[in-house]
Every structure is written in structure tokens, then in C-alpha cells.
Design a protein around this ligand. Structure first.
Ligand code: ADP
Length: 318
């Protein structure tokens, strides 16, 4: 987009009317910030680093600061799903997430999302606070629609299917395990993975023996260290979700690169007690929960993880 820090409203109303008309649609980000966003002047636009997939910008204005991500390759569906996830988490009023404001298409091709800009602090925030607030979000974010989400989304750049299903084990078998295994198989034509994975899928119900009723909880869905921060007061902030309603344990699917310590888990399990057989299921979650989320470069590593985890579990569950 044309990055301009001119005042939103030109001085002369007649000329201004024509300019605004000419600009409508040319820079929809600026248009929104200068209308519903409440700004009369964009004072500075600067790049924000640290993302994996999209281009991130900070828009300083005389109203407030906005965080904007753009993607030149995909339409608005990806950001619509991100915004729906942010909305759902924001509504729980438990853990800080940026408030999403607007999603739309860029002229020609591509899409954007505008959200609240959060001033991040230098620390990663307290682990115990993160564990407690995350569990509170899981508890508060409930639904009677079952397991899934209102729309499919993406984890990294990998599609994540979220059709509503009433049974968690069936959801995890079909939409997470089998889907991820098929992706790995397609990419590498490694039929060994498919065979071991299928054995695991078949044995899955036995790993949930003794677990009582499983309630759908709102999950961030992609909780690795790059999506965990703290605001300037040190309060935990979680970003860039791949939300869906699932078994609370599935949130630990990205824990292999989230750096959760014992104070995190202790605080989490104080709010949502550990369920029988959790230790046995912990590795399984890694297969199901988006470990191919970093394609293409991460896929080799992820495939190795899938193979080793499925092999071990396939042996373990017979
Ligand atoms: P991507 O979708 O490309 O992975 P992220 O959503 O992870 O991008 O955002 C990129 C970086 O921008 C993050 O690592 C974080 O440091 C920063 N960031 C993300 N959201 C906000 C926000 N609302 N306010 C301020 N900084 C943010």
C-alpha cells in the first residue's frame, strides 16, 4: 500500500471530497484508520519484525497506535479466521490479547488485518501468571457446538480444518492426527509414517480411558514461544492464534518449543486439574497439534518428530 503520513482530512472540503473519493479503495488500511479508526492524522508508519508469515507494521496516529499485518498472497479468509480467534479469546477477559478491529482485501491481491497495538515489555512475563490466565481462558471459553471452530484457520501457513464434531477423540483422530499424517505423507511419500500413524489413530480411544467428560475449551491453538509476550506492565500477552474448541490438553501441542516450566504447569493445573493419563497422552498431542505448521523449512524437522512420536506411541499402545 501507499504509505502516507499525510493528515487524513485535506484542508479544503471540496478538493478533499475529490481526493478522498479518489483514494477510496486505493489504501483501505489508511481509509479505515482515518474513518472508523477515529484518527485525523497518521503520524508514523514503521515496520515490526519478528513475524513468520506476514508483513507487520505499526501505525502511530493522533487517536491510538494500530498494529497492521498484510499478506500479498492470500485473500482475507486467513485474517478473518485470526480475527475470529482473537475476538473469542478477547471476550473471555482472562488473558491479554490484542483487540482485532478490521480485516479486508488489498487492492488487486492480498489482505490485511488491523488490531490494537500492544506495547510489549522486555521480559517474557511471569510463567505462573501465564499458566493461570491460560487455564482461566480455557475454562471461560466454552461452547455448546462441540469440538471445532466456526471456520477453518491456519497454523503457520498450514491449513487447519475445524469442522464441528461432537466427540473429541473422533475430532482428534480425523481433523488433527490423520490430517497431519496425510500432509507429511503427501510431502515425503513416507508410507511408514502413514502405517504407524494409522495404528496410533486406531488405538487412540485407549489413551483416553479413565478420562471423564471432555468439555470443549477455547484454545489458542499455536502456543509457541514466538506467540507469547508480555505487555509493558509484565502481564502475559498471547498473539497470532489458530483458535478452536478442543480438549484443554491439546493446548500443549506446541509445548516442545514454548519453554513452559514447572511454575507454568503448576499454576495451570491449580485451575484445571491434570486428568488421568495426561503423561501418556502428552507426546501424542505433538503429532496432532500442528507440528507441520512451519512448512516448508520446518517440515523436515516436523516429519522427524511425527515419525519418532508416532513410532514410540505405536509401540507403547501396541
Ligand atoms: P506472523 O503472522 O507473520 O507470524 P505475528 O502475528 O507473529 O506475525 O506478529 C509479528 C510480531 O509482531 C510478533 O512477534 C510481535 O512481536 C509483534 N506483534 C504482534 N501482534 C502485535 C500487537 N498487537 N501489538 C504489537 N506488536 C505485535
Amino acid at each position: 500500500p501507499a504509505l502516507s503520513t499525510r493528515p487524513c482530512k485535506p484542508a479544503s472540503p471540496n478538493r478533499g471530497g475529490r481526493i478522498i473519493q479518489a483514494m477510496m479503495g486505493a489504501d483501505p488500511i489508511r481509509d479505515w484508520i482515518c474513518s472508523e479508526g477515529g484518527a485525523s492524522k497518521i503520524t508514523r508508519i514503521s515496520p515490526v519484525g519478528g513475524g513468520c508469515i506476514n508483513t507487520a507494521l505499526r501505525y502511530d496516529t493522533d487517536a491510538q497506535t494500530f498494529f497492521v499485518k498484510t499478506n500479498r498472497d492470500v485473500g482475507p479468509a486467513m485474517f478473518e479466521a485470526e480475527a475470529a480467534g482473537l475476538h473469542a479469546m478477547f471476550a473471555t477477559e482472562t488473558i491479554r490479547v490484542p483487540k482485532p478491529f478490521k480485516v479486508g482485501a488489498l487492492p488487486g491481491r492480498g489482505s490485511y488485518i488491523i488490531m490494537e497495538y500492544i506495547n510489549m515489555g522486555t521480559s517474557r512475563g511471569g510463567q505462573a501468571e501465564l499458566g493461570r490466565q491460560l487455564a482461566q481462558m480455557h475454562k471461560a471459553g466454552s461452547t455448546d457446538k462441540g469440538f471445532g471452530f466456526d471456520m477453518d484457520n491456519t497454523i503457520g501457513s498450514t491449513p487447519q480444518p475445524n469442522p464441528w464434531m461432537s466427540d473429541w477423540v473422533a475430532f482428534f483422530q480425523e481433523q488433527r492426527l490423520r490430517y497431519q499424517l496425510q500432509l507429511a505423507e503427501k510431502q515425503y511419500r513416507d508410507y511408514d509414517i502413514a502405517e504407524k500413524g494409522q495404528r496410533l489413530v486406531d488405538k487412540l480411544p485407549s489413551l483416553f480411558q479413565g478420562v471423564g467428560e471432555i468439555k470443549p475449551c477455547l484454545l489458542h491453538g499455536d502456543l509457541w514461544s514466538g506467540n507469547i509476550a508480555a505487555d509493558e506492565k509484565g502481564a502475559p500477552v498471547i498473539l497470532d492464534p489458530a483458535c478452536y474448541y478442543g480438549h484443554s490438553e491439546a493446548e500443549f501441542g506446541m509445548s516442545w518449543c514454548a519453554g513452559f516450566g514447572s511454575s507454568f504447569y503448576n499454576a495451570y493445573f491449580d485451575v484445571i486439574p491434570k486428568q488421568p493419563g495426561f503423561e501418556q497422552r502428552r507426546d501424542l498431542i505433538l503429532v496432532g497439534e500442528g507440528i507441520t505448521g512451519m512448512e516448508p523449512t520446518g517440515l523436515t524437522l516436523c516429519t522427524i518428530l511425527i515419525v519418532s512420536v508416532t513410532s514410540e506411541l505405536a509401540v507403547e499402545v501396541g
